[in-house]
Design a protein around this ligand. Structure first.
Ligand SMILES: *[C@@H]1O[C@H](CO)[C@@H](O)[C@H](O)[C@H]1NC(C)=O
Length: 424
């Protein structure tokens, strides 16, 4: 190591000068290059890259796909814009519906504010539903007639054709006898119309038709729906109607014996307290052992030949339902009337929400009660019915005459010759 020593450092100094010299030249050349080609390095490197990466057609393809992508995005934006307007419209609709619903709720609350519940026994639900607003424009002719005939907005209505003229006569004579003036015959033909006019009976001439549109169905093949449809014309005008078949004898003024607290109050086909007013009919299924008793709700049907119906929404809905059903299928009108009144809502069916009352079966009597039961009772003479409907017997005219004989003319033997039921 010693022998290699440079005591003066001359060799080292010479080498250092050479390095400094080379660095200065390098820097100068670099500066010169940068001055001549300011973008030199990057440009050359781009070319280099392109050359390495391949052809220029590939570059065009990239640009094209970029263009189609942009076009596609533009289309997408357009579609979204359309969708957005649709959504905005839907939102608006939705907002409107929500507003309507809120307004309706408010109105409902105003009409029927929440109820403060009193002590047990004082809480009663609504029985009498609100009446409809009369619409005279639906039938100006009938409206004018009813203004003359009705008393306190109510009247008896009987529907008749000339085939039952004799019974109609007993019917209206009995009504006149008890002092009722607010009654009307709906005459389905000219003969019965002039017969009524000859006897000073208020009459409304009406053909036995239900137009297709009025029936609410496509078909028009059932006349049995006519009664309920006709009744609607009266209710829409705002009148309460005691609908009456003509095989009924009036012995007292019926309007003094109505309650007017329900949509429908009807006479019953029942013949005692249980059948007329309802009972728990227990059947037995022994195979069930402990739970062999099956409880069923029973009530004898409302008689659709004599019922009082108030001009309310449920009443009109009832008439419409019965009419619609009877125009569509062959069915007994009284059965349909009862089904619609009593069947509760169930899967696939929405029940009618009408209030109903059974009239006292001793006052609004059927002919089974009279002939099978009452006339044999010791205190028979003490019962004074309001009406007697000869619904259980085919010899209607004879029994109507006998009822008049007994109750009006005082012939105590007038009812004796009749059997309890019909003789087959
Ligand atoms: C039937 O009901 C009435 C009142 O609802 C009552 O006065 C009468 O005693 C009852 N008759 C029978 C046989 O239970």
């Amino acid at each position: 190591m010693k022998g290699r020593k440079d005591p003066l450092g001359l060799r080292g100094a010479t080498r250092d000068y050479r390095i400094v010299y080379a660095v200065v030249i390098g820097l100068t050349l670099g500066a010169l290059w940068a001055y001549l080609r300011p973008h030199g390095m990057s440009t050359s490197s781009t070319f280099g890259y392109d050359r390495l990466d391949g052809s220029s057609s590939k570059q065009d393809g990239a640009i094209l796909s970029l263009e189609s992508k942009v076009a596609m995005l533009e289309r997408e934006v357009k579609r979204l814009k359309v969708e957005n307007t649709e959504l905005a419209q839907l939102n608006l609709k939705n907002a409107l519906l929500e507003q309507e619903a809120a307004a309706a709720k408010k109105q409902l609350k105003a009409v029927s504010p929440p109820v403060k519940v009193g002590p047990p026994g004082t809480v009663k639900s609504m029985r009498t539903n609100q009446e409809v607003h009369p619409d005279e424009s639906t039938n100006p002719k009938l409206s004018a007639l009813l203004k003359k005939v009705a008393v306190n907005g109510e009247l008896i209505v009987g529907i008749s054709n000339n085939n039952v003229r004799d019974m109609v006569q007993i019917w209206f004579e009995s009504i006149k006898r008890v002092g009722v003036t607010n009654y009307l015959v709906v005459a389905l033909d000219d003969e019965i119309a002039s017969f009524c006019q000859d006897h000073d009976v208020p009459v409304y001439r009406r053909d036995a038709t239900i137009s297709k549109s009025q029936a609410g169905t496509g078909a028009n093949h059932a006349i049995s729906g006519l009664k309920f449809h006709l009744l609607r014309e009266f209710l829409v005008l705002g009148y309460s109607i005691l609908l009456s078949d003509v095989d009924i004898v009036y012995l007292q003024n019926p309007f003094n014996h109505l309650h007017r607290d329900c949509d429908v109050e009807s006479m019953s086909d029942g013949f005692d307290n249980t059948t007329a007013y309802g009972y728990d009919d227990v059947m037995t299924d022994p195979s069930m052992g402990w739970s062999r008793y099956a409880h069923t709700m029973r009530i004898w049907v409302f008689n659709s030949g004599l019922f009082y119906i108030r001009p309310t929404v449920p009443s009109i809905e009832l008439l419409d339902r019965v009419t619609a059903k009877l125009t569509k299928e062959k069915a007994w009108d009284q059965a349909v009337f009862n089904e619609e009144l009593f069947n509760p809502s169930h899967p696939g069916y929405e029940g009618l929400h009408a209030s109903r009352r059974v009239l006292d079966f001793y006052l609004f009597m059927n002919s089974k009660v009279l002939f099978k039961i009452l006339r044999k009772e010791k205190d028979f003479a003490e019962y004074k019915p309001v009406t007697i409907h000869v619904n259980y017997h085919p010899d209607k005219y004879d029994r109507m005459l006998a009822i008049v004989e007994y109750y009006v003319k005082g012939n105590t033997k007038a009812l004796q010759r009749f059997p309890d039921g019909s003789e087959r």
